[in-house]
Design a protein around this ligand. Sequence first.
Ligand SMILES: CC(C)(COP(=O)(O)OP(=O)(O)OC[C@H]1O[C@@H](n2cnc3c(N)ncnc32)[C@H](O)[C@@H]1OP(=O)(O)O)[C@@H](O)C(=O)NCCC(=O)NCCS
Length: 262
Amino acid sequence: MTRKTSAFAPVGAFPLHGEAARAAAGARLAVLSADLPTDLTARVLDGDDAEQLHAFRLSIVARLDDPDHYRMAGEVGNFVADHLGDKGLTAGIFRKDRMIAYGALGLPGPDDPNRGRDLGLPEGELPLVAHMSSAMVESAERGRGLHHRLIGWRLEVAHTLGRPHLLTTVSPRNHRSWGHLANHGLHPRRLLQVGGDLVRLLVHRDARVDPALDTTTAALVPVETLASRWDVFDRGGRVWARLSAGGEGPDQRWFALCGRER
Ligand SMILES: CC(C)(COP(=O)(O)OP(=O)(O)OC[C@H]1O[C@@H](n2cnc3c(N)ncnc32)[C@H](O)[C@@H]1OP(=O)(O)O)[C@@H](O)C(=O)NCCC(=O)NCCS
């Protein structure tokens, strides 16, 4: 059974928009900055950062380990403009003036595409949706916990803005990315066909509830087969975590821990 938690207690009038939302996002920067390596700083981006954000994203996408890990073709609208204005908020991490990471949170309005529809949320819940749109970290800076911090900041901001439903789509092959999201309670819940031929996991967390795995239904699915395992989700299952076996190195294998909710 899903346990309702009391952790969700949004502050102020909501949903917050515009400058009020930016101020709330800025006030949550402590989540990102606490114990940040001393050579780095974090701030909420604004319109003046558009060019640098655009160039940074292009440079990361050009060097992905696997081009399927992030496809700009799967984006809707103007990503940069939409995440620096009323439709979204972005935090950037910098070394001096150079961007080395960002995390973007989408705040869909009534007329915008809303991933809540893909999950079948009732219309009344759609204003409570925030999108964990994207996060990228420069290769040389990976493995320092920056992605985890950027996820944590976006969860805090969504909470403050009164949006408990967090959703996004991720490549099933990008198991590092969805594994990190699952660590923060954003579980792959569906497979979707998007932008024609792309298969994506739809990940979701409702911050008002704290679901638990029914261990009698638990199964380990090799991550490389997840994109074809529609049956896992059709049966009401979800992915709870990414697990590894075989130690580090060439023998290491990765699995999705799947199963239904208790
Ligand atoms: C996916 C991506 C964002 C991960 O970024 P990252 O900053 O290396 O991620 P983190 O450092 O937070 O986590 C990496 C590992 O470092 C570990 N780590 C090291 N220091 C840590 C700290 N201080 N706090 C938390 N975790 C830490 C984590 O446990 C994690 O281990 P795991 O992968 O086994 O869970 C990055 O690889 C990337 O930009 N990829 C290309 C773009 C992309 O695919 N983006 C995602 C889709 S939009």
